[in-house]
Every structure is written in C-alpha cells, then in structure tokens.
Design a protein around this ligand. Structure first.
Ligand SMILES: [Mg+2]
Length: 252
C-alpha cells in the first residue's frame, strides 16, 4: 500500500477553486486501496477547519486526521527535543491546537519558545510583544519558511518572511521545520506509521515538497498546476521522479 502525501494549495485547489482532477485523484486512491494524507506548510488551520474549507470548495469524505501541517510538525518536533513546555505563539487556531496537543502550555510567563506560524491579523504591536520573549532568551521556532503566500491575484507575505524579520531583529536563527526540511518529513512518517519507501510526495512546488523528496529519498510527483512549470526544473535543478500536467495523468 502506498501513501500519497499531497500538497494542498496549487495541487488540490487554487484560491477558492478546485483544481481539475483533484476530486477524481482522491477517489482513485481510495478505490485502489491506497491512502492519502494532506501535507501542508500552511500552519493556520486546524484539521477540522481544513475539512470545512475544502468541503466548501466541493471536496467530500475528508477527515480532520487527514491533514498534517507544519504547525503539527513544529510542536511534535520541539516536544521531542526539549522538556520545556512554555510557549508563546504568533499564529492562528492551527498552531494553538498543535501546541496544546503536544503538551505545551500557552503563556506569556517564563516563555521557552516563540512559535511563529502566520497570523494575517498580526501587527507591529503583536510582533513587538513576541520579540520581548525572544530577547529574554526564548527560542524562535518558525513552522515554515515560505517567503510568499499565493492569492488569487498575486502574493501575500509568507510566514518565512515574518520569521526572517524575527531572526533579523534578534540575531537568532529559527528552527527549520516545514517542507523542504527534514523535521516535517520525519514527523509525518511517524504520524502515518509508514516508512519513506511507502510514501509518495505530490505537489506543485519544486522548492518545497519536491525538494524534500529529492533530498531525503522519497518518490515525488510534480504537477504543473501551481507555482512552477516544467522549465523551472532545469532552472532550479530539482528533478522530480515524475512530472504531470494534471492529477488525471497520475496512474495508480
Ligand atoms: Mg503548493
């Protein structure tokens, strides 16, 4: 049995539109007796919120457990590395839930870690408040390093840019967790109880999920429905195992 680790944005949907072939792809995986998990750097939503968001777009039969986010990876990874559990965070429900699930206490007293997972309502005041803990010795943990966040008509500032701001302000380097870094791969394999030989990474971004697979020996399928196209393969020198124009072209 194979487990497809499928990216969301640019692979399953784009903005508020389902990508052609996405529904069929999931159905074909189910019918073939294989399994899928959504593996996303988006740290903001809980599993339940991800289900709601996708069902609004027309997906069906999804469960909160089908989603593994960079928030979950960050919380699980840091909880293994350290016995300290006082966390402050800049982020949304997805990060809050992941921290609580991994046994962290969310507090602004004796803060050990400042997790940063994108808060679109973040302000100069909230960032400066978080900065105080970092300057007092708390460790910076960015959930993911995405510079940009795609939207319907261009881009927004991505979480990695916010993390870089904290790095610059404090001179402290963040942990690297999300795709293309190893922690999210190790954590999702453990979450899914699979080996990397049983996994296939599927996504539209050569620099995140495809690089993750290439660097750590997981099979990759690159679909050109999102941020990158075929000519980017040569430019970036990141070579997927398989390239398809559409999820419809993936044979089980
Ligand atoms: Mg994507």
């Amino acid at each position: 049995m194979k487990t497809y680790l499928i990216d969301l944005d640019g692979t399953m949907y784009k903005g508020n539109t389902i990508i052609d072939g996405a529904l069929d792809f999931l159905q074909r995986i189910r019918e073939h007796g294989d399994r899928y998990l959504f593996l996303t750097n988006n740290a903001t939503r809980t599993g339940k919120q991800n289900v709601e968001h996708m069902e609004k777009l027309g997906f069906y039969g999804l469960n909160p457990e089908d989603f593994f986010t960079s928030s979950m990876a960050a919380a699980r990874y840091i909880a293994k590395k350290s016995s300290k559990r006082n966390a402050f965070f800049v982020g949304k429900d997805g990060l809050r839930e992941a921290l609580l699930d991994s046994g962290f206490t969310i507090t602004d007293k004796d803060v050990d870690f400042v997790f940063v997972g994108l808060d679109k309502d973040g302000s100069y005041q909230t960032y400066s408040y978080a900065l105080k803990f970092l300057l007092n010795g708390a460790k910076l943990v960015g959930t993911n390093s995405d510079r940009l966040l795609a939207k319907d008509d261009g881009f927004n500032i991505g979480n990695g840019s916010i993390v870089a701001m904290f790095e610059y302000a404090t001179g402290q380097e963040s942990e690297k967790i999300g795709k293309p870094y190893q922690p999210i791969l190790d954590e999702v394999l453990e979450y899914a109880s699979i080996t990397k030989e049983e996994a296939i990474l599927v996504g539209d971004n050569l620099e995140t999920e495809i690089k993750l697979g290439v660097d750590f020996g997981v099979k990759t399928i690159f679909v050109t429905s999102g941020v990158h196209d075929r000519k980017d393969i040569e430019r970036l020198k990141i070579i997927p195992n398989q390239v398809v124009n559409s999820l419809n072209d993936i044979e089980m």
